[in-house]
Design a protein around this ligand. Structure first.
Ligand SMILES: Cc1ncc(COP(=O)(O)O)c(C=O)c1O
Length: 483
């Protein structure tokens, strides 16, 4: 502010200071209401007597150019609040395809928002009331005292080593041979998928996925300019005939990846059988198409025993990229997920992660590691399985009792998927909204927004009473529409 003020001997010092400040304020270089240095600071800075500065400030005040607030300081009073002309960049023209697609497909902006007085079946977030906050507080203090200032400084792009080692053992226990594999910690599943695809695909490449599938995955595929080959899922699971047919028809196309959620698939809740996992793995291997396995919901099994992830079939090979996340059971707000795959691929992704955002918060990773490794996690998973399992069974019964349907899908997880009988889910949603109930219309999960006769009901944050009352309302409105 004062570096270009060169004082001379021809004029009184206080006048030169006054003129300088006045001209800076006039040009807008000292913004309105911004604080000026105190008279002591400025006299030291300019190496002049304090009296000269006091005099300059007095004159400026009397001319209404600056003002003082007792105990706070002296401030500029500029009349020049707005520049001479408005600068108006046309951001719509500059926006790229990634942003356009992300905005167009942003369900938070485009769908009916949650409101306290609504029974909302929209969300499949975990119920935060189950979180073990006391244990987490202990983990926070424990990790901070073990790691001290180190955990608050820059860390490593690959992630917090104790957490990586924990997750390697965790994956081992799921039957995955981790000998030639490594892990990169990511900001949840979502960043893992985006990081992987933006590192290995070119605009126009092809990707296979289940249809319907996770809306965020479709959004990322479309934002990156991928051609999507959706393979139907219906009440018999994945349509393998359609898969083979597409692979034969698209032989000359570069299909780089196949994205699949074999356990408690979103939105259908279907669990792929071990036989079908084996079949899928071998088809992809034959066609040399890398599999992206989404393991997000694996922990939420309620009845059958654990089914091994597809990654466990890939022992010694490098064709499966497993992306994991605890988001549906533990602290999704911590935004911690992981990619497990071939060491060489992790090394490449580590550099991309460093380039994009350096690393996931080490404090968050440290707290999560402490929490996971202190023994309470298994107990917690048992507790939530019972909690969600009971709700799932109840919601499933209510759907079959109250909602006329073609079929209902769901083997577990935090949601149920319903195919209605010739009912448009969008009109149904509007009517339900008027009656205090909202849900996810199924079309957002289809690669071409089709199937507007389907809906997804998430129940994790609702009470039994709300589940029954909400499902009854949906059923009654369907019956009215069908009349
Ligand atoms: C299919 C699927 N995968 C993964 C996730 C978790 O994503 P994140 O870990 O980024 O919260 C979700 C969350 O809804 C999901 O539906």
């Amino acid at each position: 502010m004062f570096s270009n003020l060169k004082l001379n001997d021809n004029e009184a010092i206080y006048i030169q200071i006054k003129d300088h400040i006045s001209s800076m304020i006039d040009k807008g270089l000292i913004p309105n209401n911004s604080k000026l240095p105190s008279t002591r600071e400025l006299s030291q800075l300019l190496n002049v007597s304090r009296n000269s500065v006091v005099l300059a400030y007095e004159e400026l005040k009397s001319e209404g150019i600056i003002y003082s607030i007792s105990g706070k300081g002296t401030f500029a009073k500029s009349k020049k609040n707005l520049p001479d002309s408005i600068w108006n960049i046309n951001w719509d023209c500059l926006e790229n395809d990634y942003s356009k697609t992300a905005n167009k497909m942003d369900i938070v902006k485009n769908e009916i928002p949650w409101r306290k007085d609504l029974i909302s079946f929209k969300s499949i977030s975990p119920n935060g009331e189950l979180f073990d906050i006391e244990e987490l507080k202990k983990s926070f203090l424990n990790r901070l005292s073990i790691e001290g200032h180190k955990i608050l400084n820059y860390g490593y792009a690959q992630g917090y080593k104790p957490l990586i080692d924990y997750l390697l053992k965790y994956m081992n226990a799921k039957g995955v041979d981790t000998a030639n594999k490594d892990i990169l910690i990511t900001n949840g599943f979502t960043e893992g998928l985006d990081l992987l695809l933006s590192s290995f695909i070119k605009k126009g490449d092809y990707i296979i996925c289940e249809n319907p599938t996770h809306n965020t995955a479709i959004k990322i595929f479309k934002s990156l300019g991928l051609n999507i080959i959706g393979i139907d899922i219906n009440n018999n699971g994945l349509d393998f005939d359609m898969l083979e047919e597409n692979l034969n028809n698209l032989k000359d196309k570069k299909i780089k990846f196949a994205y699949i959620t074999p356990s408690y698939h979103n939105p259908t809740g279907i669990v792929m059988s071990p036989e079908n996992r084996y079949k899928f793995y071998n088809i992809m291997k034959k066609h040399n198409i890398a599999i992206i396995e989404d393991g997000f919901n694996e922990e939420l099994l309620y009845s059958s025993s654990h089914i091994f992830p597809i990654a466990s079939l890939d022992n010694g090979s490098n064709g499966v990229i497993y992306i994991g996340s605890f988001s549906k059971i533990l602290f999704p707000g911590l935004r911690i997920g992981w990619i497990l795959c071939d060491k060489q691929v992790i090394s490449k992704l580590e550099s991309v992660k460093r380039c994009k955002n350096i690393h996931v918060s080490f404090l968050d990773q440290g707290i999560l590691y402490d929490y996971l490794s202190n023994g309470g996690f298994e107990k917690y998973v048992k507790k939530i399985r019972k909690f969600y399992g009971d709700k799932f069974t109840f919601a499933y019964e209510c759907v079959n009792k109250y909602i006329p349907n073609e079929y209902v899908l769901g083997d577990g997880g935090l949601h149920i998927f319903i195919k209605l009988k010739n009912i448009d889910s969008r009109s149904l949603l509007l009517k339900c909204h008027e009656n205090g109930v909202i849900f996810m219309p199924g079309d957002i999960f289809y690669v071409n927004n089709s199937h507007n006769d389907t809906i997804r009901l998430g129940f994790s944050r609702l009470t039994f009473e709300e589940i029954e009352s909400g499902i009854k309302t949906i059923g009654n409105i369907i019956k009215e529409i069908a009349k």
